[in-house]
Design a protein around this ligand. Structure first.
Ligand code: SAM
Length: 484
């Protein structure tokens, strides 16, 4: 049955321009991913009737996989499926598919050709106390699309939005609202919600109502969706609507698109879902150990008063004050290219590496800093790449400046600059950061949330490195003495 639906989907993909499908955030789940998602459900077969919701259902691939799974496991009761879809073109294919499923698997279905978000009440209305329609199981691959904060969808769900939201997070929250207590929802969504400020309200809503029971990660981004290369890294999550936390979350990974080489790790729940609701995608024991060790640390860069910040200068907007060589009144402007083997090496004969200004907003005190690149290439070995800048090497300058493609930490002593280098240049902290954030960007808010030792320990660590080579191995040896 799933094959029939997939064939029809492929015909639809071939007949509709990519640009149109993009408009709807439309790409279709592959057969293997749909089957995998359906099989994650732990269906209660004692119920005489089961209701399923598939919102943003496209051609119905996920519904087909779910019904296939339930019937092949021997369920004989009634199945009532509700599908939401706004694209009239895809709806005709959907209905053909649902008719086929109805004929072969005896289901009832309802297609709602309406906006899943705006046709329902999300924000609790004290006066009317609207009760949402609720379903036993929900399966979904929602549209992934950033939308402006003044769109009807964002306004309808303002309590879970921070700035411009992404439609997938709205679908997910509405799904949680539409789910019966104790029941399950499986979604395939980007991993971007797992950290950062933008999705904080989303995470809060999720964990106020549900627990995570399963997460699947794809080692390669290709072929998760049929006929489309979706560049965002996606994950499959299973949520259960209950407050009681399970001991562990089943973390699975596969490197192939047919899920033939799944590896499984049961990660402690609290290691994956941190107290601040960041979600760490831990897939093996080594990573779990890193989390456990780092999470025991008592401070953060904020509590020791040395926050990471983003560089001050957007170079293409300030071209008129940039110089290639020093002139009277010029100061060094530090770029990520000045980070070399653990140190900041300036000048390098780089274009625009001096800045001629007395504007305070463009300058920072010549002090001791740790610079960290904001952007690294995906294939680079390390996400955290840093360099130590010491003011004593540049005593002639009262100020310096930094380009916005680097982050910096102002350190209150050279030893602390070395100590923070030890931490951020260690394998342990690089691993921790990757578990926290899947993107290639280094986000200062997230670095500021990472647990670190007390300032005095950081200073000791720095002292231990000061007269050694600034290698990752040396940093690891020092870190391992202090963080066990
Ligand atoms: C990423 S596609 C996934 C389709 C299908 N679930 C699958 O996995 O193959 C999302 C679908 O949601 C539909 N959609 C977009 N916005 C919607 C909305 N506000 N309400 C209902 N459906 C919507 C799109 O037309 C598209 O078919």
């Amino acid at each position: 049955m799933l094959n029939f639906v997939i064939e029809n989907t492929n015909k639809f993909i071939a007949s509709v321009p990519k640009s149109r499908r993009k408009q709807y955030g439309q790409f279709f789940t592959s057969k293997a991913s749909a089957k995998f998602m359906a099989e994650l459900f732990d269906v209660d077969f004692s119920m005489p009737e089961i209701t399923l919701l598939d919102a943003g259902c496209g051609t119905g691939v996920l519904t087909a996989a779910w019904v296939d799974m339930v019937r092949s496991r021997g369920y004989k009761g009634n199945i009532k499926v509700t599908c939401y879809e706004t694209d009239t073109m895809v709806v005709s294919v959907l209905i053909e598919n649902l008719e086929y499923i109805k004929k072969h698997c005896h289901i009832e279905y309802e297609v709602r050709e309406e906006n899943y978000i705006t046709t329902q009440q999300f924000e609790q209305n004290m006066l009317f106390g609207d009760e949402p329609q609720q379903f036993d199981y929900i399966i979904g691959n929602p549209p992934y699309k950033k939308i402006p904060k003044d769109t009807p969808e964002a306004k309808a769900m303002s309590s879970v939005c921070y700035g411009a939201p992404n439609l997938y997070s709205l679908f997910c929250c509405m799904g949680i609202r539409n789910l019966k207590e104790g029941k399950e929802m499986v979604y395939i969504i980007p991993r971007s919600w797992t950290s950062g400020a933008y999705f904080e309200y989303f995470r809060r809503y999720m964990f106020a109502n549900c627990v995570l029971t399963d997460i699947h990660l794809f080692e390669s981004r290709d072929k998760v969706f049929d006929g489309e290369s979706v560049l965002q890294e996606t994950i499959i999550i299973k949520l259960k609507k209950q407050r009681h936390k399970p001991e562990s979350i089943r973390m699975t990974t596969s490197s192939t698109s047919d899920f033939s080489d799944i590896s499984t790790f049961n990660a402690p729940y609290d290691a994956v879902v941190a107290r601040n609701h960041y979600v760490f995608l831990v897939t093996n024991k080594k990573q779990a150990d890193v989390l456990e060790k780092v999470n025991k640390m008592p401070a953060t860069l904020l509590t020791i008063n040395m926050p990471m910040k983003t560089g001050l200068i957007v170079d293409f907007r300030t071209r008129e004050i940039l110089r290639d060589e020093l002139e009277d009144g010029c100061y060094p402007l530090l770029y990520s290219q000045h980070i070399k083997d653990g140190r900041v090496v300036w000048p390098q004969g780089k274009e625009g590496e001096c800045i001629l200004t007395d504007r305070k907003a463009f300058l920072q005190k010549n002090d001791n800093y740790l610079l960290v690149k904001r952007f690294t290439a995906k294939e680079e070995k390390r996400r955290l790449q840093c360099g130590i800048y010491l003011k004593q090497r540049y005593p002639q300058f009262k100020y310096i400046s930094t380009q916005n493609k680097v982050n910096f930490i102002k350190c209150d002593s050279p030893c602390v600059a070395y100590g923070l280098y030890v931490l951020l240049n260690s394998t342990m902290y690089d691993t921790y950061y990757r578990l926290l954030n899947g993107s290639t960007q280094v986000n200062s808010t997230e670095i500021n949330s990472i647990p670190v030792p007390e300032r005095s320990v950081i200073e000791e660590m720095g002292r231990a490195l000061m007269y050694q080579e600034l290698t990752e191995i040396n940093c690891n040896q020092i870190v391992e003495q202090w963080i066990r």
